[in-house]
Every structure is written in C-alpha cells, then in structure tokens.
Write a protein that binds this ligand. Sequence first.
Ligand SMILES: [Mg+2]
Length: 328
Amino acid sequence: MLASFFMNEFDIIKQYFTTDSGRKDVVMGPGDDCALLQVPPQTLLAVSTDTLVSGVHFFADMDPVALGHKALAVNLSDLAAMGADPRWVSLALTLPRVDEAWIKGFCAGFFELAEYYNVALVGGDMTRGPLSITVSVKGTLPEGKGLRRSGAKVGDGIYVTGTLGDAALGLKQALGELSVPEPYREFVRNKLEHPHPRILVGQALRDIASSALDISDGLAGDLNHILAASGVRAQLDLESLPLSEAMTASVTQEQAWQLALNGGDDYELCFTVPGVHRGQLETALSHCGVKFTQIGRIGFGEPGLELLNNGKPYSMPLHGWDHFRGAS
Ligand SMILES: [Mg+2]
C-alpha cells in the first residue's frame, strides 16, 4: 500500500507539480536533493512557513481549488507584511490517499496564484497521513528594508487595509451560528476561502510605515504584537473600524466590532505611519487601488490597547481566535 502510494507520488509530482516558472533566479528547481536559488547581491531573504491542518484551519471537504489558493495566499500574506518581493515557494503535502481529482483542483488554485505573483515552486514533499499542507515562501528585500513590528512611535496613525471581520462572518455562516442575508453569502464565503495577500501594499509601505503585520488572528490580538514589540499604547476608534455592507446587514454594531477585533483569517495589513508620511501614504496606496482606513493612533502611556467609542473609553471582551470554531 505504502509502496504504491510512493510509486504514484513520482507520477503525480511529474504530472501536476513540475512546472517551469521561467524565473532565472532558479538555478536548480525540483528534481535534485536541493533547489539552488540565486539570491541577488545586497538583498535580504524573507522566509515564512505555515501549516494548514484539516479540521483545524479548514473544513475537510473544502473545495480543493480554494484550498490550493488559500494555502499559498496565507503564506504570501506574511511576505506582504514585511514588504518583501515574493520569489520562491516549497510545498509539503500530507494526503490520506491519492485522489487525483483533488490534487488537480488543489494545483489549479495553488498555481493560479503562484503565476499571478511570479512565484516558482522549487521543491517539496508528499507523504501519506491526515490531510495537512505546509507551505514555505521565500521573498527578498533590499538590504536595510523590511516592515517590522517594532517601529511604532507615539503620534503615528494606525491603519488597516480593506474591511475587517468578513472571513469570521463567513465562518459563522458556514457553521450555522448566524445567518448572513442571501445576497452577501457568496461575498463572505469568498472572503473566508479566497484571501488576497496585500503584496503590492506591503511593497508600497516599505519607506512609509513605521511598523506592519498581517491580520491572521484578529485585529486586536495582532495589533497587540505591534504594541508589545514597539513598547507603545494604542487608542482604537471603534466607530472607524472599516466594516463591509455584508457585515452591517448581518449583525448588530456590537457584534460587528467583536468580529472585526477578534475574527481571524482576514489577511489584511495593519500598519502604523508617522504623520509626516501621511501624504505619501495616500499616493502610494491609491496606486495599489486598495482601500485603507485610519482606525486609531499611537499615544502616550503603558503599552496596551485602549478602545474608544466616539472618544469615550469603551470596554469589550477581546478573545483569542480559534480558526475552526470562530472567536471563542
Ligand atoms: Mg503574519
């Protein structure tokens, strides 16, 4: 059984995973013991790895095309958060059985996104076991650049791209925990299954933002990483949180804020910008065609997060994010 799995593995890799990206910086792609990659002089290598586990990060019956897209997208989102240029990716797939239709679908979603960002698959592994996907992306940055979590300063504005909480809303709809009105169901499912990594925004922010990260575990928790790394306090204006029409049509304002602050899987960027760069920010992000919103500012005081509703302190429970169960 195991032998036949591995015999199939080579055929499958050859048939579905051997593509020529045309990238000249791939000296040796899959097929030898290691890939050989040409890192340009005076650049930093940015590397990030994420694992998606069936039943934890996605439903076992999730459409494989969407899953292929998402597995790469969530990794590219980490490169976006550093402002890096994506170049290479490796992929380790653990599959319960060889299901060619599933693999074909997964590859369709994965390679569509890889081609869009000109990312070459340079290696990987396939083993048998409970379904899980590990993707490792590699990108580059000019030496001395890179958006870190540690640069936020008093007076900086706090910004996010896109709208918040829509993926969490989609998950709650899928779990039957609430009902999203019919016209918005596809929108929220798409937000959950088809995140768009903000690569161009990250690159545009390299010389503008003082800190940045991607929102994978909910705005409140992720912003706290910036506050802890930078040793600063944030004031967040709840009424400024960008909410989609789907969100406001589906839940109360309080629930919407909860989902925006605690909901995971958004893959938007959260970043801080000094006032002096505000004009540059408008110009740079309008070129990317991505909506962004100021949601607060870095202020004086003990490191931590302060919630304001129309300028008045507001108290709300802030939870951790469990990908499978939604905000717990
Ligand atoms: Mg991240």
